[in-house]
Structures are given as structure tokens and as C-alpha cells.
Design a protein around this ligand. Structure first.
Ligand SMILES: [Zn+2]
Length: 251
């Protein structure tokens, strides 16, 4: 029956992915609650139920609005699919446990932040303000060992990123600093260092690819939050195994 539950998690994941798209796209414009129904971003036509089915609706409409033919960003179906896969994988990996809850909370934070940063180069404060107390409560119920590792992770993350913030002179946004700090709190010091390292590696790799493809040289600006989110998920799923492997190298 496990495959049945995994499928349910995948389907719910794609539906939430669709919601996270809307949150990420509308929060920076503060229009999240101005309309109850979903609409086309170009002609404002309200969407029917068939146009709201995750992934499928994009394929069915061949990536265009049925009313005005405007191209719908492939970001929508991609994020829906990724959210579905991550949700299913998190259940597959952790079954019914506190880790499952943490994983779903991380997905709910990371997906809309990723959409917002790709679309607007912004990590919305509202999302961080909404999720910070939730993760605080989570860590009260399920503390790290030792419990103060969360505070230490957050403190070191904040200090390190503030230094980078001032040295980079606008290269890194304050949103990224806060985003890293929240992950420092969630994961603790050791895992935070791994997260920081991975996000930098991801950013450099994608940055080089982008420079090669677009030929825009060193001035290519990157939305960095997607790499922080990707690194956070890597650390969540594989961090402990990676750190253990690393430590064994020196034994
Ligand atoms: Zn339209």
C-alpha cells in the first residue's frame, strides 16, 4: 500500500506546488488576497477548474493562456512537478515521523521563496516572518542535540552572512542573510556550514553555465535564494550521511 500513499503525497504536492507558485508570484506585489480566484497574469481572465489542474493544465493548454494566448511561464509546471516529487520523496524517506513534518515545512518555505526570487529577485519578508515562529515551535518540540545548537547555528549564520553582506556591497541581499539565518536555526551549526558550502558550489556551477550560455560575462546577476533552498534540501535529506562520510576520511 506504500505506493498508494506515495502517489497521494505526490498529487497533494503538485496541488500545493500550484499554491506556492501563486504565493511566490503575488506576495512581492501584495495582491495575494485581493482576488479569491486564480487568473491569467496577462489578461486577468479567471481560470476554470480545468486550467487549475497542476502540470496537466499547462500541457493541455500547450503552455499558453486560452484567452489571450500569452505564454505561461514554464516555471509553473516545473515548480508543481518538483513540489510533488519532493513531497512524495519526503514521505518515502521518512514515513510518518517528525522528519516528515519538518520536510513538508521546508518545502512550504523553500518553494514560494524560490519562485519569488526567480521572478522578482526578492526573498519576501512575509514568508520569513510567517515561517520563523513555526520552525521555532517545531524545534521546541523536536530539539537538536544539544538543544542550543539551533541558537548557535542561527548566531553564526547571521554573523557570517552579515560580514559577507557588507563585504559584497550589494552583491548579496538582506533577504538572503535572513534566509540563511533561519536555516542556521533549523539545522544547527555543523549542518549550516555544509548548507553554506553547497549553496556556494551550486551558485558557482550554475553561474558559470549561465555565463557560457548567455555570454554575458562576469556581470551576470543571479537570484541566489534558489541555491540556498536547494542546499537546504540537500542537507535535510543527505546532510548527516555526508558529514559522517567526511569525518570518516580523517579516521
Ligand atoms: Zn490570458
Amino acid at each position: 500500500m506504500q505506493i498508494f500513499t506515495i502517489t497521494i503525497f505526490f498529487i497533494f504536492g503538485t496541488v500545493f506546488g500550484s499554491f506556492f507558485n501563486v504565493v511566490g508570484l503575488r506576495l512581492p506585489n501584495k495582491s495575494l488576497f485581493s482576488d479569491q480566484r486564480s487568473y491569467c497574469d496577462y489578461c486577468r481572465k479567471q481560470l476554470g477548474w480545468r486550467e487549475l489542474i497542476p502540470i496537466w493544465s499547462y500541457l493541455w493548454q500547450k503552455g499558453r493562456c486560452r484567452e489571450c494566448e500569452a505564454k505561461i511561464s514554464p516555471l509553473y509546471p516545473v515548480m508543481e512537478l518538483v513540489t510533488g516529487l519532493l513531497t512524495a520523496f519526503t514521505y518515502y524517506r521518512y514515513a510518518w515521523s517528525s522528519e516528515l513534518l519538518l520536510g513538508l515545512l521546508l518545502i512550504a518555505l523553500i518553494m514560494p521563496v524560490t519562485v519569488a526570487d526567480i521572478s522578482y529577485r526578492k526573498v519576501p519578508n512575509q514568508l520569513l516572518l510567517f515561517f520563523s515562529p513555526i520552525f521555532l515551535v517545531y524545534r521546541i518540540f523536536y530539539p537538536l542535540t544539544p538543544w542550543w545548537d539551533a541558537a548557535l547555528g542561527a548566531g553564526v549564520a547571521l554573523f557570517l552572512l552579515l560580514v559577507i553582506f557588507f563585504l559584497s556591497r550589494g552583491g548579496m541581499g538582506m533577504g538572503d542573510v535572513k534566509y540563511y539565518t533561519l536555516f542556521g536555526f533549523i539545522f544547527g551549526l555543523e549542518h549550516f556550514f555544509l548548507l553554506f558550502l553547497l549553496s556556494t558550489i551550486y551558485g558557482v556551477i550554475i553561474g558559470i553555465i549561465k555565463m557560457r550560455v548567455k555570454g554575458t560575462g562576469r556581470k551576470t546577476k543571479l537570484a541566489f535564494a534558489p541555491f540556498i533552498g536547494l542546499a537546504a534540501l540537500t542537507v535535510f535529506y543527505f546532510g548527516s550521511a555526508m558529514i559522517q562520510w567526511y569525518k570518516q576520511l580523517f579516521n
